[in-house]
Ligand binder design. Structure first.
Ligand SMILES: Cc1cc2nc3c(=O)[nH]c(=O)nc-3n(C[C@H](O)[C@H](O)[C@H](O)COP(=O)(O)OP(=O)(O)OC[C@H]3O[C@@H](n4cnc5c(N)ncnc54)[C@H](O)[C@@H]3O)c2cc1C
Length: 135
């Protein structure tokens, strides 16, 4: 079975890890610092402003159709509900109902039994080989 290596345990890396863990994939996350999800915890003054209901391409400096598709197809409220996070809305802003960004980090890492998260490990080089990549 192939192993997927994710570099960086920020919001992006943890969400990728969360999705791959659902598929029982072999996953290793390398995080250079000793604080996985550091920015998640800092976001929204510790409350994590998950999203905005007023999402529109108008707010992005691109007309990239892929971005437009993500905005139109990905329902962040449903996504977090599915992984156990209840949300609350303040105006157009979406927060975890707990009002704590730690809820988001924990929910993303909830299925990490089979994910190897290695902190204080910086990826220095990625080399393409015949059968994959050497990190
Ligand atoms: C104070 C603050 C408040 C914010 N508030 C909000 C908010 O309310 N709502 C919102 O939507 N966004 C908010 N943001 C922005 C949001 O936090 C970021 O956009 C998001 O967390 C970025 O996630 P990321 O995974 O792309 O990057 P990062 O969180 O930067 O994650 C990248 C990770 O990769 C690691 N890394 C990098 N290079 C290597 C390497 N070579 N080897 C190993 N590890 C490596 C880094 O250490 C880091 O942990 C806020 C940001 C800050 C700083």
């Amino acid at each position: 079975m192939e192993t997927t290596v994710i570099i960086g345990a920020g919001a992006s890396g943890l969400l990728c890890g969360c999705e791959l863990a659902k598929q029982q994939a072999n996953v290793i996350i390398l995080e250079q610092s000793n604080k996985s999800g550091r920015k998640i915890l800092a976001s929204g003054n510790g409350r994590c402003n998950l999203s905005n209901t007023n999402l529109d391409m108008y707010f992005y400096n691109t007309d990239d159709k892929r971005i437009e598709k993500i905005i139109n197809d990905f329902n962040i409220k449903d996504y977090f509900n599915q992984i156990g996070v209840l949300t609350r809305q303040v105006g157009t802003l979406l927060y975890p109902r707990s009002n704590q960004s730690l809820t988001i980090k924990n929910a993303l890492m909830n299925n990490f039994d089979q994910v190897a998260l290695i902190e204080e490990c910086q990826a220095l080089k990625i080399i393409k080989r015949k059968n994959g990549y050497l990190v």
